[in-house]
Design a protein around this ligand. Sequence first.
Ligand SMILES: Cc1cc2nc3c(=O)[nH]c(=O)nc-3n(C[C@H](O)[C@H](O)[C@H](O)COP(=O)(O)OP(=O)(O)OC[C@H]3O[C@@H](n4cnc5c(N)ncnc54)[C@H](O)[C@@H]3O)c2cc1C
Length: 817
Amino acid sequence: MNLPDRAQIVVIGGGIIGCSTAYHLARDHKADVVLLEQGKLTSGSTWHAAGLVGQLRSSASITRVLKYSVDLYRRLDAETGLATGWKMTGCLRLATNADRWTEFKRLATTARSFGMDMHLLSPAEVKAMWPLMETGDLVGASWLPTDGQASPSDITQSLARGARMHGARIVEGVRVTGFAMEGRRIRAVKTDKGDIACDKVVNCAGQWARQVGAMAGISVPLQPVRHQYIISERIPGLATDAPTIRDPDRRTYFKEEVGGLVMGGYEPNPQPWTTDLPDGDVPDDWEFRLFDDDYDHFEQHMSQALARVPALAEVGVKQMINGPESFTPDGNFILGVAPECDNMFVGAGFNAFGIASGGGAGWVLAEWTVSGEAPLDLWVVDIRRFSGLHRDRQWVCDRTLEAYGKHYTIAFPHEEYESGRPRIVSPLYERLKARRAVFGSKLGWERPNWFAPQGIDPRDVYSMGRQNWFGPVGEEHRHVRDVVGIFDQSSFAKYEVRGADAERALDWICANDVTRPPGRVTYTQLLNTRGGIEADLTVARLAPDRFYIVTGTGFRTHDLAWIRDHLSDGAKVDLADVTEEYGTLSLMGSRAREVLQNVTSADVSNAAFPFAHIREIRIAGQAVRAIRITYVGELGWELHVPIGAIGEVFDALMAAGKGAGVRPVGYRALESLRLEKGYRAWGSDITPNDTPIEAGLAWAVKMRRNVPFMGRAALEAQAGKLPAKRFAGFLIDDPETVLVGRETILRDGEAVGYLTSGGYGYTLQKSIGYGYVRNGGGVSDDHLLSGTYELVVANEIVPARIGLMPFFDPAGDRVRV
Ligand SMILES: Cc1cc2nc3c(=O)[nH]c(=O)nc-3n(C[C@H](O)[C@H](O)[C@H](O)COP(=O)(O)OP(=O)(O)OC[C@H]3O[C@@H](n4cnc5c(N)ncnc54)[C@H](O)[C@@H]3O)c2cc1C
């Protein structure tokens, strides 16, 4: 096919992701699509994939994406006439120790929460299903009957044919060599065969996606890693419909293929693929190519596999596949519109589950490309979860290898990555370390999670039950409730919005009323066109034409991009990221005022400095932006301090608060405090899938002001009707129950939702969870309160009490249900 000189959308890359995206663009949106592939279709990573298709992930949305893939692979051949090789064999995951078994019990609960049936089997049942397996060391296995396997090349060819049938043009043998830019937009795609003018570009270039992105100034933080598997000769007695196996304690996986076994694994010492080309680039000419077999490296998997399936030793190895695949620093793939460019969308970095994801990823990416908005909560894979830090190739490589190495390790709750740390530190880092802070990391920032008292090793010791920090964090929690604590929250993302049109622009973007006079602070959500919550932040008005916005550390790139993308064209607004200019100290607790008054001559009485106000006050000679607000349910201020002076201000507060008993506290206490108070966390409790009405945040929406704002129409359509789901809290009386999130909510014995957050409240001395209760006929207060509730926690049913108000009530008896 000749290269057209114009297309509405150009998709780069003819692997499974590009073909699926082109298929969905053409089928669902009738878009004018051209797909460009430098070699032949499938010639990148797709052709050599093993073809295992699993569906369950820890995110409900990503599980939905993977379920969509399976559904598509099952029926695609009916549409296109090309089979996908889909076989619903089911998948067995093997557990050989108690922690793994607990992990599986939680997984089975997650599966139930997400509408899937995962069963837990005894070793005898496993043996009956897979007689060639050695089961002597098993505690048991999980069994997901709807998982399976497919042929990666066949799926891709079938998708390509489907795309063509719906009008997409697919051109092989054309290499994209650059982009003609106009400001932040791509005007045309340059290729070795000529230019194509276009409105939008979708970068599905697999392990080349980083290089393709860089041509438009975009960072796609992925790292190619060598991944190997073998295909054995036929094994007598192996059923052709044998379930796929994941044996994480032995770091290996298996799949039946023409009577033999495919077997591969995830080693703790992975081998990155960086070349001698500039920037370690992947070479252009890597069509249908593999690396040399590396049996020395593979030996670690071979010995484990032989112990599990001894029959493997009796047959030869037909072929070894050693191919590159793109992995990412957090093990999740990369989707969405690039924050650096207005019309490049990305679908890359599939961490060896691109075949499983392909169908669904193409579906959501096509929707995103056409509408400009993610069709569901895709935050965990959103390209805007990264930051400037992810332009550092070495850091990305180190963190990616750590994530690869952890692919099959037991996922303990609260586990932190260790590589590439410390990377970004607050000026208080050494001071806090000297006070025995144990740090976690968020978007590269070191943040104190907790402080180890003398006698307790200052490091996390992970386990499936209560971990070693449980007691100390309780002390920190109580200290904030009863006395006063200081949190170093310098990593908060901070922006300034200035200019003649600043008020008008923010009034459109924010659901709450931010037009209040200077000195006022507004808690608000930013909504998408469905009324879903895209961001949750505070907006402080500094002057008529100047606003200061504070949001969570991890949301820095995302929220900034959302605000920028929704400023109207030509508006006189200047948006600046000032994160590194201010450090943040949150002084919180019943004695916070006493401590603050000791270090400033400003009047910080309630009358002079009420809640939800910002004042510039002086502490230790420094001009500090003090914001009276709380995320812990106690009196408190966020003190935004010029970053260079934060050490002096911290010292002054610690000295002035000595009498009151001030002490530094960490993020884990913050989490417990906010759970008691019912403050929602964006990304879990409130997401683009949830509206403020469903989330119980309608009070923070300016419906009564007759002004348009993003999402208003959707909320108006919802107002007056009973929502189909509503956010509620759950309290567990059994002190031993550990909640980690995703536990199933049962109402009168029926599954009606799952926990979006779970943890422990030390004042209440109870486990606390939050989640949405769903009901087809709508959810009223009466519906919520008339049910009897239980939670499924690690496959056990535990009684729970529902609460519609914050459980912690400082004025009352402190427990409210
Ligand atoms: C050994 C191995 C086993 C695997 N097993 C599984 C498995 O069992 N299950 C599973 O789900 N996943 C598995 N995977 C992962 C899976 O193969 C990938 O996630 C998936 O193929 C990625 O698809 P893609 O479309 O993103 O990339 P690719 O298939 O690499 O496609 C990208 C395409 O872009 C083209 N391209 C790049 N640059 C340009 C340019 N400048 N101009 C034009 N075209 C360009 C390339 O030629 C390439 O064809 C495995 C991977 C490996 C390596």
